[in-house]
Design a protein around this ligand. Structure first.
Ligand code: C2E
Ligand code: CA
Ligand code: CA
Length: 666
């Protein structure tokens, strides 16, 4: 498709060039014509000048005789001599006729009529030329032999030359000479031809040089345009199509592929760590190598693109069913996770892939919406990552922007004002002592029509809007109120979840400290739970805010640790107090030794960096005893207590403490 467009533009370019070449030829031809006409006129003029010169020589030859003669009345001898001289001049310089005029302007001699006499009764009028010559002018003009008599004889140059007695005196008569025009014309024509040849040659050369320059400039420009077009459509690192051309290509594929098409987004897990640990150059090398692998692993008419960062986009054509798409995508994940050597170090990288199928997942099965499918694939990828699935297909329920969520957002503001939100609390228990050190506030929405809504139903959508700040402020305020009831004089803390959006607000720290002061709660009785992702939105500002809060005594906890991209090393640069190990590792520790190993090493590493550790998602006694043996500090989970309403919390607290304090025999 891209090639076709190239061909068309090349053809258009050629056509344009032909038009330009023709157009530039026009002024050159016009210039040539004007120049050649001007030079032709000049050649004629030169002919006349030459003729006048020749006539001058002939007249000079006759002047001794004429100067002394009485031109009113020439003697026969004088006529004879004049005739001879004229003959002589005729022989020498091809003078056709010599005439002599008297001072009163009448012809007194004509070489081809030697017998002609001057008669004062002659009625012929004095011609203009003769009059002017008698005033001292030398005239030369083109004419025909016997033009005065109406004769159409051969073309001649007619020259009138005044005759003077002495060089300083006035004219005493006029000599008229007829010179044959043919040799002069031939000479002029020869000049004209030479001039034309030089002109045509010169202008043609000029034109060719112009054309050559424009061809070379055009070629260079075209090459540049091609390079720019390529850069605009490709990722310079991997040479894969970039996001923009991926969208175009995906749109074409979706329109062309008769059966199903899968649009997928692949995100490399823990790529940031590779970058941090090995440097950006090695990170780039990794991306380059993986790009080559992916390109080689798909069919030629499938598309692989780099969407930016550590994200690749894929279009797999002709997939009849989800199983077929998943087979291909799993194969691609396997290709990525094969060992790879980067910067001399052997690495293994894993990828999370989300995909959406057209037409099955399309909002409108009949007209594919590329952007929607790409968004869906992205949502699926986030799900795959969050739930550690590796590969996930788009599920409407994961979409924070679907219709239900949007309606809910319309109602959320009112819900906060009408007190429809409620907080449930879940105890967090110190494993070795069984002491409940904190309760985590988890928001729910008692919806008048839909019943009790869990945060998954409205928090992700709220996070996209400013409502999230309203909600956070409400949760903090309410939990501080409740803390006074739960443990009025004690040391128990309340943990609240803070979204990325709230954390990134410049006035977050000030607002929180003001709320604490307003409720007369010591800052060290609140724990802020935030995810790794939230830390990365605006790292500098967040670091400042955390610094200020930590100095005031507020405790900082990293929620869902292990699910994101950060390393403990990075967290050590921040005033973090606690790491909460993501429940996905804890839930299946008994079945999955790999996860057990991860939990163990996170506990050890966190301790060595000075963090306390809490495991969430503790559902079984086995998990609790494993955590105890690993030295994990605190536990939270359904085993100890589900999140409960404020009213039910007191009994729940006692039960949790009791369960945690009893080491379960294995
Ligand atoms: P989270 O902060 O990771 O909260 C823990 C979630 O795990 C809670 O779900 C809790 O009910 C659930 N859980 C606790 N123990 C277990 C267990 O043993 N097994 C299993 N499978 N799950 C357990 P919940 O209440 O639905 O909250 C979901 C998420 O919603 C929370 O995850 C948190 O990210 C968010 N959230 C809840 N309340 C707030 C809030 O007030 N503000 C913000 N920003 N987010 C909130
Ligand atoms: Ca939490
Ligand atoms: Ca959590």
């Amino acid at each position: 498709m891209v090639h076709k467009a190239d061909g068309t533009s090349e053809l258009a370019g050629r056509r344009l060039f032909a038009v330009y070449a023709t157009a530039s030829l026009l002024p050159i031809v016009a210039l040539g014509a004007v120049l050649s006409w001007l030079l032709g006129v000049q050649a004629d003029r030169n002919g006349l000048i030459e003729a006048r010169h020749q006539a001058g020589i002939a007249a000079v030859a006759m002047s001794p005789l004429l100067a002394t003669a009485d031109l009113h009345d020439l003697t026969p001898v004088q006529r004879l001599i004049l005739g001879r001289t004229a003959d002589f001049a005729a022989a020498q310089s091809q003078v056709l006729r010599v005439s002599v005029y008297s001072p009163d302007g009448h012809r007194v001699f004509q070489s081809d009529e030697p017998a002609m006499k001057h008669s004062s009764t002659e009625s012929d009028e004095v011609s203009d030329e003769v009059k002017r010559a008698l005033r001292g002018e030398v005239l030369a003009q083109l004419s025909h032999m016997d033009a005065d008599a109406g004769g159409g004889g051969p073309r001649v140059v007619e020259v009138y030359q005044p005759v003077r007695a002495t060089p300083a005196s006035g004219p005493v008569g006029v000599v008229e000479l007829y010179l044959p025009y043919e040799p002069i014309a031939a000479h002029a024509a020869e000049d004209r031809r030479t001039i034309t040849r030089v002109l045509v040659g010169g202008l043609a050369a000029l034109w060719l040089v112009l054309i050559a320059i424009s061809i070379s400039v055009t070629r260079r420009l075209r090459r540049q345009v091609r390079a720019t077009t390529y850069l605009a459509a490709h990722d310079p690192l991997t040479s894969l199509p970039n996001r923009m051309s991926f969208r175009q290509q995906a749109a074409c594929d979706l329109a062309e592929s008769p059966s199903g098409t899968a649009v997928a987004v692949m995100d490399l897990d823990r790529f940031r760590e590779v970058n941090d640990a090995l440097g950006h150059r090695n990170g780039d090398e990794l991306l380059e190598k993986l790009a080559v692998r992916l390109r080689a692993a798909v069919r030629p008419d499938d598309t692989v693109a780099r969407l930016g960062g550590n994200e690749f986009g894929l279009v797999i054509r002709d997939v009849a069913c989800p199983a077929e798409a998943e087979e291909t995508l799993q194969r691609l994940r396997a290709v990525v996770s094969e060992g790879i050597v980067v910067g001399g170090l052997p690495l293994t990288v894993e990828a999370s892939v989300g995909y959406a199928l057209h037409p099955a997942d399309s909002p409108d099965a009949h007209s594919p919406d590329t952007d929607a499918l790409l968004r869906f694939a992205d949502i699926a990828m986030s799900t795959a990552k969050r739930r550690r699935l590796g590969l996930a297909r788009y599920d409407e329920a994961d979409n924070p922007h679907d219709g239900t969520a949007l309606t809910l957002m319309g109602e959320l503001q009112r819900a906060v004002a009408d007190d429809e939100l409620v907080l449930h609390y879940q105890p967090k228990v110190h494993i070795s002592t069984g002491r409940v050190e904190a309760v985590e506030a988890l928001v729910r929405w008692q919806h008048p029509e839909r019943g009790l809504l869990f945060p998954d139903a409205f928090i992700p959508a709220a996070e996209q809007t400013e409502l999230m700040e309203l909600l956070t402020t409400w949760v903090i305020g309410r939990s501080l109120d409740d803390l006074g009831r739960i443990d009025p004089s004690g040391t128990m803390r309340v943990a609240v979840n803070v979204s990325a959006r709230s954390l990134a607000r410049p006035d977050f720290a000030a607002t929180l400290l003001a709320l604490l002061a307003g409720h007369e709660v010591a800052p060290d009785r609140i724990v802020l739970e935030m995810t790794e992702t939230a830390l990365l939105i605006d790292p500098e500002r967040v670091a400042d805010a955390l610094g200020e809060l930590s100095r005031a005594g507020v405790r900082i906890s990293i929620d869902d640790f292990g699910a994101g991209q950060t390393s403990l090393g990075y967290l050590a640069t921040l005033p973090v107090d606690e790491v909460k190990i993501d429940k996905s590792f804890v839930l299946d520790m008994a079945l999955n030794p790999r996860n057990a190993a991860i939990v163990r090493s996170v506990v050890e590493l966190a301790h060595s960096l000075g963090f306390t550790t809490t495991a969430e998602g503790v559902e079984t006694a086995d998990a609790l005893s494993d955590l105890r043996s690993m030295g994990c500090d605190a536990a939270q989970g359904y085993l100890l207590s589900r999140p409960v309403s404020l009213a039910r919390l007191p009994s729940s607290l006692g039960e949790a403490a009791r369960l945690a304090a009893i080491p379960v025999p294995r």
